[in-house]
Write a protein of this length. Structure first.
Lengths: 522, 529, 409
């Protein structure tokens, strides 16, 4: 055993996912000496691409790189570090029951044409709906790209920012303002049901907004979480989250960030209410004045701190953070593209198999009883079209998020149950893509319990803390830590469990780093 | 032609009667028109079977505002509230939990399931009392107006914000959590025992079309504690003579102030001429005139039924079509030959004098909700039972009893359509009895008569659209300045001279009486009355 | 309905007065006889036997037991030696007292903590991250108090010399006949005395053994009324009466810090973190926002003034035969500066005593205040003086058994 050595850094970042790397890069650009510690053998956290089968690579556990905030791309100059952005995102094919198809394009007019085939009334409504969203979007983006303010404890400067947002809201006009406030606490089912009669359309719109929540479309507050997710989409990165992570890593290194793998942090050392350093699993001590924890709030506050570091009410509040994972990942290696019956035209890159709002709701119901959905709906990506390096020539990979599979499955997960889940998911997709089975080369199913173990994600939750009305903005992940600082001096939260939520956004990391710099920490 | 009244109130429910009494006491000439033969709307007592008086719909008095009881001198006009001192939860495995007015006794009961929960139960109650203090001024006054540019309104909102700001952060956070979380998750912040959480959480979903795990149900838990903040006023209890006695006391107060009340006088429509309400037309053609018409029925019935889309802006009609009042509850009223016992706690004891909740676990409640979500009544429903005859001998012959069962969920929009409810009625009643029989063997054979009210019946008989007992769901998007519709949340309507005064306005349903009183005040303040 | 204590089979038949009250959900005797005097006299001149089982008791065991207790308590429990007992309090994060009690170190890694309020949940939540286990012994352990000048003699007969010769605030394992029990030299009367901790199933047997051992020493069963008088003479606080625990308080002004309760000596600030430390440090260092607002003091009311007041109404001066705990205002220069929360006539000191919480600026020993008194339906005040606590502090309370300490006061 080596004698424990003491090295000194300004700031240690725990976790090398997109948010962790964004925090590290931001701090380094401000001349701080930064060390990123990653417990596993590869950098990137849940955004790390892996070869899940010889010759076939993933783009990360999660696959939506349109959630990367432009703020991060700009501030860290990611395009200069190799990030390539698509100017127009791939359309999403909604695959409904009885072979129904509807394609959602980024362009509202093209989508309206698609909808018209199902309902003329809905096509018209869609135009009005998109227009209204367009008016709301600037308000949402203000909130996404700013550190959250607690309106009850805001200082003068923050009150100014809040007032500007309030003014922007008021300038929408009394009608729009009321509508905005009215719909946010509603359920997606009620809101979208009020606009559209086509169930497939409503479900296709709603589905994406449910990610990271413990909600179905009938849950009140699901409109709020939908806005926070769907209206945060920007241009999509080619190569998915893995490419984003690579660019961030390059940016971080270019600014002098040091990264170490197989360096699990066992404890954050606290003295006199402030961070002094970290202790690794191997016994090594690293001194630092600040720690940015991208590893998840519960882990940071409850597992890595000594029990006397947090007052009882803060420990209670940390223990109350909800992070019940409900999504499983399925990676599929294919010998050819994914072809949907009844869908000609350009290559299929995104598919959503939610047939209707009831299907979404029933899938969610299973979580309440600790079961996996009997009829899961799938969020399918085929990233190998945009990035052919992910698979051998002519071959493809599918990245599928399976909704829903609880982390705390009654009786526990084992290989048999994973195989069953895989079977259900593939059956669902095969119903829409009959050529699928013969093209499957390999599959790999990762259930939330494995996410918990492999990626040290509390509850196996990709967002580290559920997205919900009471775990949002200055209350994300809770009131004590909703603005990145924690009750322990020098310890900050900078992962997707902070604002804004999302393992792919990078903004939590960047904003947390800025908060640290402003507090003269790190 | 008879001299027009100052105000005609459509509907003799408790809010309409409170509005009438308040106006009458201010010297106005008021007429109340009730469709049924008996007053009270859903707060009504009826001798449905000879010798047995049922609180047909609403069966406990919990939130009737003390200031209304004082202002209208209701105690003098016959209002007597008997305390409900116990909440009893029998369990299928033979255990049971009872929560009493006596905190030490409650602590011991809870401790049998979880000593930790027993310790923190009092603290939870105190916290909820604090929450009630925060909310109280919002309930007892008209809704704030955040979109108004009127400085006075903004000052009002700032005042509310300041009150929140003055709280210690921990309490303020709790308040924000309470307003956004699900009842189950909110209770998880304190308690670990499912047996305790289930009956507690259920008060969050009464009258809603949500489950205990649905976000937005925690703040309704406050209802149960509002009585605490009214101090020892003890507004939570059974009205002697049934809930209708509340309405009758209010009617007595109204009559004493000169108000005229007519029953069996169904209003067919509001008379609108030149965009102004002039009076009403009864079924049968009789026209009655008034300077002001006040609707005591729910907003959709008011606007789309009694007024008509042609007199209203298109947007409001659209809003009313989408107004959520999905009824989710039913009622089974039983006349019993004798009272069977609970196997989990034998004996006709004090545990039966309060309310009994069939809510053995959160999963049970959630499954009950899931059934309704997909258009079926709960196979195993949540049932809240009260046996008023144990505390109030006046409602049943000696030795016999009345059992009042509130049931969730019974979705109005049942598969096959709401009109199929009459065919389902018997089965619905049977399900309730079968469920109760599991806890109280011998109940079915003790039943002399039964009355089953489905949401369809609540609509047909009591004029509650879609059988919703609150005249509109109490979800955040239909509360305060949004209730019943944005821009029309202060008792006025687009039709000049037409006002609204019932649960479909702020602060909502729950037998508070506040809508009726606040509407009357608004009318008097506005000046044209 | 309260439940019975493990000693109920013995205390119930003896309670001729039928005067009971509820203590922590148990039936507890107020006084066995119709007057309190004989029981009080037993406590001060012979030996009283009191059922104190309703106390909440928790066993804390394990390598981190001391560390856990030191995190919870304001005092540093790691300094407690094996066989030693300490009195103190624990606070919430804001430095407000939740409850007070004792902690006894029964073994190298084994402690027993007592509390007035149920505390399992608080202890369990704090125990996270500590290598220690908790056991709620409130039901399984019965407790008797043996208090008074002849209590040592009783204990010697009951358990032998090791127990009888215990020093003040120390404990030991002992045997009484065939029974195993813990004995601590602790108590709530402010006098020489002991507490016996035994398995609840052995309670009745222990009672019988104690009564037998005490037969020649004037042992008498004593109820809570007499205990109340003696604890007031000793200047001891009663939770819920003299202060409101932080978890029961509804508004902040109802809470108290240890300094405000005169328990500053039980607060060890210069050490690692414990719950409430930072708030308490701020208070102790007197920084403006944290400075103590109030202080708990002992008051002695002027006897002459009381006599004169009654004389004015042609009444003989009446002395309360029991302690009182209805809060009455305390004034200075015509303005209310606090409240008296409990008090009693002390037969031993021949004085009217009270415990009061007053503004910090009015709490110095010697300060003259006015205590409200109602005589003949009229509200008056009588002068009262702030005095040191305890009011009654006999040398025998702390004296070793070697010294000739078994005489009366």
């Amino acid at each position: 055993m080596n004698a424990p050595t003491r090295e000194r850094f300004d700031c240690v970042v725990i976790g090398s996912g997109i948010n962790g790397l964004a925090a590290a890069a931001t701090l380094a650009r401000a001349e701080r000496r930064v060390l990123v510690l990653e417990a596993s053998e590869q950098l990137g956290g849940t955004a790390a691409g892996e070869e899940f089968h010889p010759g076939y690579r993933t783009v990360g556990v999660h696959h939506d790189a349109a959630l990367l905030r432009p703020l991060v791309t700009r501030s860290l100059d990611l395009e200069r570090h190799g990030l390539v952005l698509r100017r127009s995102p791939a359309p999403t094919v909604l695959a409904g029951g009885d072979g129904a198809r509807l394609v959602l394009h980024a362009d509202a007019d093209r989508t309206r044409e698609e909808i018209a085939a199902h309902s003329r009334r809905d096509a018209e409504s869609y135009g009005a709906w998109r227009a209204q969203l367009g008016r709301f979007r600037p308000i949402v983006e203000r909130l996404l790209d700013a550190p959250p303010s607690d309106p009850f404890e805001a200082d003068f400067a923050e009150l100014g920012t809040l007032a500007k947002t309030g003014l922007a809201l008021r300038l929408l006009g009394g009608r729009d303002m009321t509508e905005f406030l009215r719909i946010l606490p509603m359920s997606l089912a009620d809101w979208l049901g009020g606009w559209f009669e086509t169930d497939l359309l409503a479900a296709g719109i709603a589905a994406g907004g449910l990610e990271g929540t413990w909600m179905g479309p009938r849950s009140e507050g699901s409109v709020f979480t939908w806005f926070a997710h769907e209206q945060s989409r920007g241009p999509e990165a080619v190569g998915g989250p893995a490419a984003v992570a690579r660019a961030l890593l390059a940016a971080a290194r270019a600014s002098g960030v040091e990264c170490r793998t197989e360096a699990e942090v066992r404890r954050v050392c606290v003295e006199d209410g402030g961070v002094r350093g970290v202790e690794l699993a191997g016994g090594q001590h690293l001194a630092c004045g600040a720690v940015a924890a991208a590893c998840g709030p519960r882990r940071a506050l409850l597992d890595l701190l000594p029990p006397t570091a947090l007052e009882p009410r803060h420990a209670d509040a940390a223990g109350s953070i909800r992070c019940r994972g409900g999504i499983a990942k399925l990676d599929v290696a294919l010998s050819g593209p994914l072809e949907l019956a009844g869908h000609g035209g350009p290559a299929v890159e995104r598919v959503c198999t939610a047939e209707g709002l009831e299907a979404l709701e029933r899938a969610f119901d299973a979580l309440k009883y600790r079961r996996a959905s009997e009829r899961p709906w799938l969020d399918v990506r085929v990233p190998s079209h945009a990035d052919p390096t992910l698979a051998p020539d002519g071959h493809h990979v599918l990245s599928i998020l399976v909704h829903n599979a609880p982390a705390d499955l009654a009786g526990g997960w084992d290989d048999e149950r994973r195989a069953e889940l895989t079977g259900r998911a593939l059956d669902t997709l095969t119903a829409h893509a009959p050529t699928l089975p013969e093209r499957v080369v390999a599959t790999r199913c990762t259930t939330p319990d494995q996410l918990a173990e492999r990626h040290r994600l509390d509850g196996g939750h990709l967002y580290q803390a559920e997205r919900a009305l009471d775990q949002a903005l200055f209350l994300r992940p809770n009131a004590d830590c909703g603005r990145y600082a924690t009750p322990v001096g020098g310890l900050f939260l900078c992962g997707s469990g902070s604002h804004p939520p999302g393992p792919a956004s990078g903004a939590a990391g960047l904003l947390a780093a800025r908060a640290m710099l402003a507090a003269r920490q790190g | 032609m008879a001299r027009p009244y100052d105000a005609i109130i459509i509907g003799g429910g408790h809010n309409g009667l409170i509005c009438a009494a308040t106006l009458a006491r201010a010297g106005r000439r008021v007429l109340v028109l009730e469709r049924r033969h008996v007053l009270g709307g859903a707060a009504v007592s009826e001798e449905v079977f000879e010798g047995f008086t049922f609180s047909v719909c609403s069966y406990v008095v919990s939130l009737l505002r003390p200031w209304i009881i004082r202002d209208l001198d209701l105690a003098r006009h016959g209002l007597r509230i008997l305390p409900l001192d116990c909440s009893f939860s029998p369990l299928p495995d033979g255990r049971s939990l009872a929560r009493w007015g006596d905190p030490e006794r409650t602590r011991r009961e809870i401790a049998a399931f979880s000593p930790a929960d027993a310790e923190v139960y009092g603290e939870y109650g105190r916290t909820m009392m604090q929450m009630g203090r925060i909310v109280k001024p919002l309930i007892d006054a008209p809704a704030p107006r955040p979109t108004s540019l009127n400085p006075a309104r903004l000052v009002e909102i700032l005042g509310h914000a300041r009150r929140l700001q003055a709280l210690p952060r921990s309490l303020r956070t709790r308040f924000l959590q309470m307003m956004t979380m699900s009842a189950a998750d909110f209770l998880d912040l304190w308690f670990e025992s499912d047996v305790l959480k289930a009956p507690m959480s259920v008060s969050g979903i009464i009258g809603t079309y949500q489950g205990v795990r649905s976000p937005g149900t925690a703040y309704v838990l406050l209802h149960h504690y509002m009585g605490e903040i009214d101090g020892a006023f003890r507004a939570w209890g059974l009205a002697q003579g049934g809930t209708g006695a509340v309405s009758l006391a209010i009617a007595a107060a109204a009559r004493a102030a000169g108000c005229e009340i007519r029953t069996e006088a169904p209003v067919e429509r509001v008379l609108v001429r030149g965009g102004t309400a002039r009076g009403v037309v009864l079924a049968g053609g009789e026209e009655l005139y008034a300077r002001t018409v006040v609707s005591g029925v729910d907003p959709r019935l008011t606007f789309l039924g009694l007024v008509g889309a042609e007199h209203l802006p298109a947007e409001l009609c659209e809003r009313m079509r989408h107004f959520k009042l999905r009824g989710s509850s039913g009622k089974v009223n039983l006349a019993l030959d004798h009272l069977p016992e609970f196997t989990s706690r034998p004996g006709i004891g004090p545990h039966m004098h309060g309310d009994v909740a069939i809510a053995p676990s959160i999963e049970y409640l959630e499954r009950a909700f899931d059934d309704a979500k997909y258009g079926e009544p709960s196979r195993r429903p949540y049932i809240n039972v009260v046996i008023p005859s144990l505390s109030d001998p006046s409602v049943a012959p000696p030795g016999k009893h009345v059992m009042s069962c509130f049931v969730q969920y019974a979705p109005y929009h049942v598969n096959g359509g709401a009109e199929t409810w009459p065919e389902r009625r018997a089965a619905f009643g049977d399900t309730v009895l079968e469920t109760l029989e599991e806890y109280m063997p011998g109940l079915t054979s003790a039943v002399l008569h039964r009355q089953v009210l489905t949401p369809w019946d609540l609509e047909q008989e009591f004029g509650l659209s879609e059988g919703n007992i609150f005249h509109g769901e109490l979800s955040l998007d239909q509360l305060a300045f949004l209730r019943p519709a944005p821009g029309w949340a202060h008792y006025q309507t687009p039709v000049a001279g037409l006002w609204m005064c019932a649960s479909g306005t702020h602060p909502g349903g729950g037998l508070m009486g506040a809508p009726g009183a606040l509407a009357a005040r608004a009318m008097l303040a506005e000046g044209s009355l | 309905m309260p439940v019975e204590s493990p000693f109920h089979p013995r205390t119930a038949p003896l309670c001729e007065s039928y005067r009971w009250k509820e203590w922590a959900g148990r039936h507890a005797v107020c006084s066995f006889g119709t007057t309190v005097d004989p029981e009080y006299l037993a406590l001060r001149h012979a030996c009283g036997l009191i059922d104190v089982s309703p106390l909440f008791k928790y066993e804390v065991k394990g390598p981190d037991a001391a560390a856990l207790l030191s995190w919870i308590w304001t005092r540093d429990v790691t300094r407690l030696a094996v066989g030693a007992v300490a009195y103190g309090c624990w606070c919430d994060e804001d430095g407000k007292v939740i409850d007070d009690g004792t902690v006894a170190r029964l073994g190298p890694e084994r402690y027993r903590m007592t509390a007035a309020e149920p505390s399992l949940r608080w202890l369990s939540r704090q125990a996270r991250g500590f290598d220690a286990t908790l056991r709620d012994e409130s039901e399984s352990v019965a407790a008797l108090a043996l208090q008074g000048p002849t209590s040592r003699g009783v204990l010697r007969e009951l358990c032998g010399s090791e127990a009888a010769d215990l020093e003040f605030f120390r404990g030991t394992r002992a045997r009484a006949g065939g029974l195993e029990l813990d004995v601590t030299r602790t108590g709530y009367t402010g006098d020489l005395g002991f507490e016996l901790w035994v398995d609840a199933t052995d309670a009745v047997e222990l009672w019988d053994a104690a009564v037998a051992a005490g037969a020649d020493h004037g042992l008498a069963p004593v109820g809570l009324d007499a205990l109340d008088i003696t604890r007031l003479e000793a200047g001891f606080l009663l939770a819920g009466v003299d202060y409101i625990g932080a978890r029961d308080a509804i508004i902040p002004s109802q809470t108290s810090t240890p300094f405000e309760l005169g328990l500053g000596w039980a607060v060890h600030l210069e050490r690692g973190p414990f719950v409430g430390r930072d708030a308490l440090r701020r208070e102790a260092r007197g920084r403006s926002r944290g400075r103590s607002r109030q202080a708990l003091v002992g008051l002695v009311a002027d006897w002459e003034a009381i006599e004169e007041l009654h004389e004015r109404h042609s009444l003989p001066p009446s002395l309360p035969t029991r302690a009182w705990r209805e809060s009455v205002p305390v004034y200075a220069a015509g303005r209310q500066v606090g409240r008296a929360t409990s008090g009693t006539w002390s037969p031993t000191l021949k004085q009217n005593l009270a415990l009061a919480t007053v503004e910090a600026g009015r709490s110095a020993v010697g300060t003259r205040l006015e205590l409200e008194t109602t005589v003949a339906y009229e509200r008056h005040t009588v002068p009262a003086t702030v005095v040191e606590r305890p009011f009654f502090d006999p040398p025998r309370k702390k004296a070793s058994s070697g010294a000739a300490a078994e005489e009366g006061a």
